[in-house]
Design a protein around this ligand. Structure first.
Ligand SMILES: NC(=O)c1ccc[n+]([C@@H]2O[C@H](COP(=O)([O-])OP(=O)(O)OC[C@H]3O[C@@H](n4cnc5c(N)ncnc54)[C@H](OP(=O)(O)O)[C@@H]3O)[C@@H](O)[C@H]2O)c1
Length: 403
């Protein structure tokens, strides 16, 4: 029988320090799959009998064994016997057959006596079914609460948002100067942040399913948007480009052999331009919607349907503003570099989030010299934030939502 929220709550156990330590190890193991298992979640597992760890494993590759089976396999390799043992797992064991057979079946088959779960699986096909089957099979099931449960949820934010909403998790990354500029002068290097920050950005790209920029950035910087990181899985490169004007000789279009490109165009885009991009090997998605924010929403829904669970949004300020207006920024990572860029005359050297066209003169006059934006984005407070040094830069990470 499937376990509903209420029955899961009654299984929230006060785990002892040993249980918590094994769950923390399972969480550490789960990290081994980062950047390689999506749209699946990161999962780690530890098997313990008589206070001894007899097996460890994690979900390492999409299509490969799940953590529970990997840990059981490790146990067998070590010559151990899992009968009567406890398995600590960061996500509830699945009950459905996907690319792999159900984990609940493996746990029952191995004769494990107890399963300690750090977080529930919010996806429709899971959510309590595995724990229900295990309990019906005579296995004791305990759910963690507190720090380990929170860490397990944070580990899988892309998976959890996608499971609950069908949309990818959006991480907005921006680099800005001391005077709040995110764009350099034409002809100047587009880089604002330092070398170490950029290396970190390449790692983040490799961990994401997709990277997005606006056509403003694609035209100004002609970026490659690949992940230059060892062993990187190349994400899908997405360009928000209403009129499908991405040049066929841009770096994005001439490197389709390295990573795919998807252009998000509007229904009004010229059919000839769309065909040219398609003929050259890009995918073109037509996103409808009244406002830029609506079009962000419809593009995200389509990306989600294609199994994209995480989108790394690299700007620029105009596209960032549309994502903020759509309420679709889940996490923000801002590098503040120790440089001044100046050059605000004419308003084109944007701050991190563009706030629309200047207001009509009457409104501007009433503002006693300060020009208010026409549609200021709503204030969004972070749930949690962190500040750290990366080389010469300061990185501010703010989590805005939790799934
Ligand atoms: N410091 C940083 O972190 C950073 C990061 C990236 C870029 N940049 C800099 O930012 C500058 C470019 O920024 P930008 O603001 O001019 O351009 P942008 O945000 O890259 O692109 C904006 C354009 O995207 C298109 N777009 C398509 N769908 C959209 C939607 N749903 N919502 C919003 N826009 C949509 C619009 O053009 P259409 O209507 O024609 O489609 C819009 O004008 C460059 O100088 C670049 O170097 C800085």
């Amino acid at each position: 029988m499937r376990l509903i929220d209420e029955s899961i709550r009654t299984m929230n156990s006060q785990l002892n320090a040993t249980d918590q330590a094994h769950l923390r190890r399972a969480l550490e193991l789960a990290e081994g799959g980062r950047g390689r298992v999506s749209p699946n979640p990161l999962v780690g597992a530890v098997i313990v009998r008589d206070a001894e760890v007899i097996g460890e494993g994690f979900h390492a590759e999409l299509g490969g064994p799940h953590a529970e089976r990997a840990a059981l396999e490790d146990c067998r390799r070590r010559g151990g016997d899992p009968t009567g043992a406890t398995i600590y797992v960061t996500l509830e064991p699945c009950a459905h057959r996907g690319r792999q057979p159900p984990c609940a079946e493996a746990v029952l088959g191995a004769g494990l006596a107890r399963v300690v779960v750090a977080s529930e699986d919010p996806s429709e096909k899971a959510s309590g079914r595995g724990p229900g089957i295990l309990r019906d099979g005579g296995v004791e099931v305990a759910f963690a609460a507190g720090a380990e449960a929170a860490a397990a949820r944070l580990l899988n934010q892309p998976f959890r948002k996608h499971a609950r909403t069908g949309l990818p998790l959006v991480v907005l990354k921006q680099a800005m100067s001391l005077d709040g500029r995110t764009a350099t002068a034409p002809g100047d290097s587009p880089w604002i942040s330092g070398e170490q920050s950029r290396a970190l950005v390449h790692r983040w790209r490799a961990e994401a399913d997709a990277i997005a920029v606006g056509i403003g950035t694609a035209l100004a910087d002609d970026p490659l948007l690949t992940a230059r990181h060892p062993d990187a899985r190349q994400p899908l490169r997405v360009v928000f480009d209403s009129s499908a004007q991405l040049p066929l000789d841009s770096q994005l279009m001439t490197t389709l052999d390295q990573a795919p490109v998807l252009v998000v165009a509007s229904p009004e885009a010229d059919a000839g331009r769309i065909s040219a991009l398609r003929d050259a090997g890009a995918e073109v998605l037509v996103a409808s919607g009244e406002t830029p924010a609506d079009r962000v929403g419809s593009a995200l829904a389509e990306l989600g349907r294609r199994g994209v669970t995480s989108l790394f949004l690299e700007g620029g300020a105009t596209l960032a503003a549309a994502f903020v207006a759509a309420g679709q920024v889940d996490e923000s990572r801002v590098f503040v570099a120790p440089v001044l860029l100046g050059g605000v005359e004419g308003g084109r050297r944007a701050g991190p989030v563009a706030v629309g066209d200047p207001p009509p003169p009457a409104v501007a006059k009433a503002s006693s010299g300060v020009v208010p934006p026409t549609a200021p984005p709503a204030r969004v407070a972070a749930l949690e934030s962190r500040v750290e040094r990366v080389g010469e830069d300061t990185l501010i990470t703010a989590r805005l939502k939790e799934w």
